[in-house]
Design a protein around this ligand. Structure first.
Ligand code: IMP
Length: 423
């Protein structure tokens, strides 16, 4: 039995899709436990590029079953579209390869409209949401007025539960036709029915049968609604502990927590970002790293790697090993900075992430400059091949954090991956 949780250690977009794809080879199940189609994974296989929002990248392997567990908020039209797109790209998507939790909450048109209305009302304090209705769907879940996947299967129940929600917040009575929504969403439910299961039972039976399972978090630690830079966060818990809740699996079943860390840092949407670069280096990282949102197409804000953030992520997730991604993007830089501390306005040096957003926002980054390398590392497949300063960069991160780096990704393709690095 191997049960791993895989999490992003930054503000999302760390390259989790590629790492899940690499690990999924030989893994029996890949499980999504939170978030929704606000996430975006780009996975490159051969000549094909797959853009996934809801379905785990395990779907690309015939021997792997992908599970969308109870903690996810599911937009049924989006998942049906994603299934079709995958089929059109030659990937088989059938009920033995994809399972959907019967108790995952559903995103409705109401939620998408509320998302943009709430954002418009925020004036000064915009979050920069993806506009996919994620926050409002979780709002209804916690308010206990949500619609769950199993409700889509029963027309009368669906109508009764829809009427319970406060549609007046978005629509006036004459603006919507509830029967039309019931028909549309019941229709989606019937299409999804063959895939719907008790996902906790399904996953636990697999674990008990000795199968291997990866539980994949979407977004990243700093976007966690509890542990992130609140309120500039998403509305779910990407941290590893949430895998237990979001998939209905006991904590003692989890063996390893893998943190995925980009060799530099990015953020989409609003909120403070200490190591953000507004100069030509930021532009270079954005261009070379292709740092544009998979879901919204927005340019990502870019900056140097922040080890204070990484140390914090290691603590709140209990990370046991790190996969470092996009190291090749740093090729050709004379010098590379890493943030090791923050300096407060009072001149105090911090090496722990401050939970007070006012403190964090006003901190200056304290950098260590490490030598860069001029070589193109994108075709290197063994750690020993890397230039000395690239090795030193990886080893610096391992020694600062005290956590092993098990994989370094040097390109988008599966083969552009170096395994088993530091001790
Ligand atoms: P929401 O999740 O759409 O409510 O957006 C809340 C915040 O999380 C915004 O700053 C988004 O840009 C950010 N966000 C949501 N999903 C992702 C992701 O997959 N990668 C990076 N940022 C994300």
């Amino acid at each position: 039995m191997t049960v791993y949780v895989l999490v992003g250690t930054q503000w999302g977009d760390e390259g989790k899709g590629k790492i899940t794809d690499i690990l999924a080879e030989g893994t029996d199940y890949v499980v999504r436990y939170q978030g929704g189609n606000n996430a975006g994974h780009t996975v490159c296989v051969g000549e094909s590029t797959f853009k996934l929002h809801l379905i785990p990248s395990g779907i690309l392997y015939d021997s792997c079953c992908s599970v969308i567990a109870n903690g996810v908020v599911l937009d049924p039209a989006v998942i049906l579209q994603e299934m079709e797109t995958l089929r059109a790209q030659g990937i088989s998507v059938n009920p033995s390869k994809l399972k959907i939790s019967s108790i995952a909450n559903v995103i409705l048109p109401l939620h998408r409209q509320l998302d943009s209305k709430q954002e418009a009302k925020r004036h000064q304090e915009k979050i920069g949401t993806t506009g996919k209705g994620i926050g409002p769907a979780y709002m209804h879940k916690v308010a206990r007025t949500g619609i769950r996947v199993q409700d889509l299967l029963k027309k009368e129940t669906l109508k009764k539960k829809l009427l319970r929600q406060n549609w007046g917040e978005v629509y006036s009575e004459s603006d919507y036709d509830i029967d039309q929504v019931v028909d549309e969403y019941h229709g989606y439910g019937m299409q999804l029915k063959p895939y719907v299961v008790d996902s906790s039972l399904f996953i636990n039976e697999a674990i008990n049968a000795g199968k291997s399972v990866i539980m994949e978090g979407a977004q990243g630690t700093l976007l966690d609604v509890d542990h992130g830079t609140y309120p500039y966060v998403t509305s779910s818990n990407p941290v590893a502990g949430a895998a237990c809740v979001g998939a209905g699996v006991g904590p003692h079943k989890i063996e390893k927590v893998i943190g995925v860390t980009k060799a530099y840092l990015t953020r989409v949407g609003e909120g403070p970002f200490t190591t953000e670069l507004h100069d030509e280096f930021g532009e270079l990282l954005r261009k070379k790293g292709g740092e544009f949102g998979t879901t919204t197409g927005r340019p990502r804000r870019c900056g140097w790697l922040d080890l204070v953030v990484l140390k914090y992520a290691i603590r709140v997730n209990g990370i046991t090993e790190i996969c470092l991604t996009k190291l090749d993007v740093l090729d050709g830089l004379e010098s590379i900075k890493v943030c090791t501390h923050y300096k407060t306005v009072d001149g105090e040096l911090l090496d722990e992430f401050p939970l007070d957003l006012d403190v964090y926002s006003s901190c200056e980054p304290v950098y260590e400059a490490l030598p860069g390398w001029s070589e193109d590392i994108s075709q290197m497949t063994d750690f020993s091949e890397l230039p000395a300063s690239a090795k030193a960069y990886v080893e610096y991160i391992a020694s600062y954090t005290g956590v092993q780096i098990k994989m370094v990704s040097v390109g988008t393709r599966r083969r552009q991956t170096i395994h088993l690095i530091t001790r």
